[in-house]
Each structure stands twice: as structure tokens, then as C-alpha cells.
Design a protein around this ligand. Structure first.
Ligand code: MLT
Ligand code: MN
Length: 312
């Protein structure tokens, strides 16, 4: 199976359009040690032909333009795509807005939990994806499902879904329920195990996760590859940067550093490769010369970047 990190940044991308923080300025200015990054998405292919996207970022058009495997085949029909399905991990705008760019009467399938499917249903702009062409299929909250194309043909990719601590999408927050996770429910955020039917190795894709507990650690043990929430290095990093009032926790993201951070909590979990994705534009690991970048590398983590390919 081939995995391709289409977009390694969190919502906003890197640089973010309106951001003048030192990191966005540095990458915008082409400084050494900085790479531009598009918003959060992963692609996978098991049979050399059929591709499955995990999340559809607002940058999907440029991501497809940068990835020949996702483009219409040279000898293909007048309208064609190797993208057979899009699997959603939540309803955050950086994970669903790209669906709107996949209109034009092309057949593919959207897989999401019932909660996320309801968001698409309630926001009628998603009807630009004509249901005659684009099937919406439910992901189980806990369970394994083969990802099939719109004719029901298997893509050779299976996913196992599991609920992870997270937060309802920002645009759906119920401010009257601030003490109750702003109305967050099970199924608002899931993690995914991605695997082939007869293969021993699995990849995990968890771009949003608010906490790591024993059951998650057990689940991840022995994985060939883990793509994990690398939104913030420190919980109050956005406040420190002066760009906003929200902590990582408030956004449903676990910080990387410190004794209660993902780096420490996952340190004793044996995993083949561990890669931070969904990296916010305030995260100092984006500067390859920073001590924070060196710290995650020294702890066995890779800093995900656009176009990063991993073959299992
Ligand atoms: C998040 O990951 O917290 C969201 O994508 C934030 C947003 O809606 O931009
Ligand atoms: Mn996000």
C-alpha cells in the first residue's frame, strides 16, 4: 500500500493567508528550513489503480495538481479520476471543504460517521455533489469496513474506525454547552486504521485527537506507521504567539511536548514510523532548525510534509 501525505498543515495551511506570525512570514519569504504546507489530507492506494482520500482539504485542487497519480489517466475517458472514495475523520472545515471542488458529475463515494454525514446533509451546499453520482455511506463508529467504489468494487483498502476524544467542528459549536464539550458527541472525531485485507501491517491516521489513553496505546501497538495530530507543540502556543485566544485543548488537540503531550505518552508504544501531521502554523517544529524540530526528531518522530510517501 502506498500512502501519500497530500497536506500536512492544520486548518489555514502554511503560510496562512492572513498570518503575519514569524513562521508564516519565514515560509512566505522562502527562508531556509521552511516548507510550505497545504491543509490536512492523506491519500492511499493498494492496487496501483484506485485511490482513496482521507479528508478533502480546501487545497485539494492544488494537491491533485501536485500528484500525478490522482489526475485523470493519460489514456482515460474525457472525464475521469482515479479517486474512488473520500473517507472523512470529522466535519472540520479543513477536512470537508474540498468536497466542493470534487463536483462535476464524477462518480465516487463519501464515507463518514452518521454524525458527519448529518453535517453534510444539513449544509445543502454539499448537494453540488449530485447524489446520483456521489454515494454517501456510513462508517461504523467502531468496526471494520472495506472501502469500495461507487459500483461496489473493492479498492483493496480497508479501514477500521474508532472514536477518539475530540471536538465538534468549530462552526457547529453550541456556545450554551461550553461545559459539555460544546455539544461534542461520539462520532464527531474518529481515528482510522488503514490496511489491506491480507496484509499484516497497518497505518493509523489520527489527525485530530484530544487525549491518549491506554486503549489507544494498545490499539496502536505494533503499527507499521502512525500519522498523528501534530497541531500544537505547546498547549498555549497560539496565545503565546499572540494570534488567538485558544489553547490546543480548546480546539480538541493534544499538545506534542511535555509529560502529558503526545510525544511522551506515545514514547513506549512500538510503532514503525511515527509522523506528525495536521501541523498548525504556530507550531515551531515547522522550522527545521528549531530546537523543537530537533526534539521531535530525536524522539523518533518525523515531521510530515506535503508529498511525503510511505510504502507499507
Ligand atoms: C481544527 O482542527 O481544530 C479545525 O480545523 C479548526 C478550524 O476549523 O479551522
Ligand atoms: Mn483541523
Amino acid at each position: 500500500m502506498l500512502l501519500n501525505v497530500l497536506g500536512s498543515a492544520a486548518g489555514g495551511g502554511f503560510p496562512q493567508w492572513n498570518c503575519n506570525y514569524r513562521l508564516s512570514r519565514a515560509v512566505r519569504g522562502g527562508e531556509e528550513g521552511f516548507r510550505p504546507r497545504t491543509q490536512s489530507s492523506l491519500a492511499a492506494c493498494a492496487n496501483g489503480r484506485d485511490w482513496v482520500l482521507f479528508n478533502a482539504s480546501p487545497d485539494i485542487r492544488s494537491q491533485i495538481a501536485a500528484t500525478p497519480e490522482l489526475q485523470p489517466p493519460q489514456e482515460g475517458a474525457l472525464r475521469a479520476t482515479p479517486i474512488r472514495a473520500v473517507v472523512l475523520t470529522n466535519a472540520d472545515v479543513d477536512h470537508i471543504a474540498g468536497l466542493l471542488s470534487l463536483r462535476e458529475r464524477e462518480r465516487f463515494v463519501i464515507y463518514a460517521t452518521q454524525r458527519v454525514l448529518e453535517v453534510l446533509e444539513q449544509n445543502t451546499i454539499f448537494n453540488v455533489l449530485d447524489p446520483q453520482y456521489v454515494d454517501r455511506r456510513p462508517l461504523p463508529l467502531e468496526g471494520v469496513i472495506p472501502i469500495a467504489d461507487s459500483d461496489g468494487r473493492p479498492t483493496g483498502i480497508m479501514v477500521e474506525t474508532f472514536s477518539v476524544p475530540g471536538k465538534i467542528a468549530l462552526f457547529l459549536e453550541d456556545v450554551d454547552r461550553a461545559d459539555d464539550g460544546f455539544g461534542t458527541e461520539d462520532g464527531d472525531t474518529v481515528g482510522l486504521r488503514i490496511f489491506e485485507p491480507d496484509a499484516a501491517s497497518s497505518a493509523f491516521y489520527i489527525p485530530g485527537c484530544a487525549a491518549v489513553d491506554g486503549s489507544l496505546k494498545t490499539r496502536l501497538t505494533g503499527a507499521a506507521c502512525l500519522f498523528f495530530d501534530g497541531t500544537v507543540f505547546t498547549d498555549d502556543e497560539m496565545l503565546d504567539a499572540g494570534v488567538g485566544p485558544k489553547t490546543g485543548k480548546r480546539m480538541g488537540h493534544l499538545q506534542i511536548s511535555g509529560p502529558q503531550g503526545s510525544m511522551a505518552l506515545l514514547a513506549d508504544v512500538p510503532v514503525g514510523r511515527r509522523v506528525y501531521v495536521h501541523i498548525n502554523n504556530t507550531n515551531p517544529i515547522l522550522d527545521e532548525r528549531s530546537p523543537e524540530h530537533r526534539a521531535v526528531r530525536a524522539n523518533g518522530w518525523e515531521v510530515g510534509h506535503d508529498g511525503m510517501e510511505i510504502r507499507l
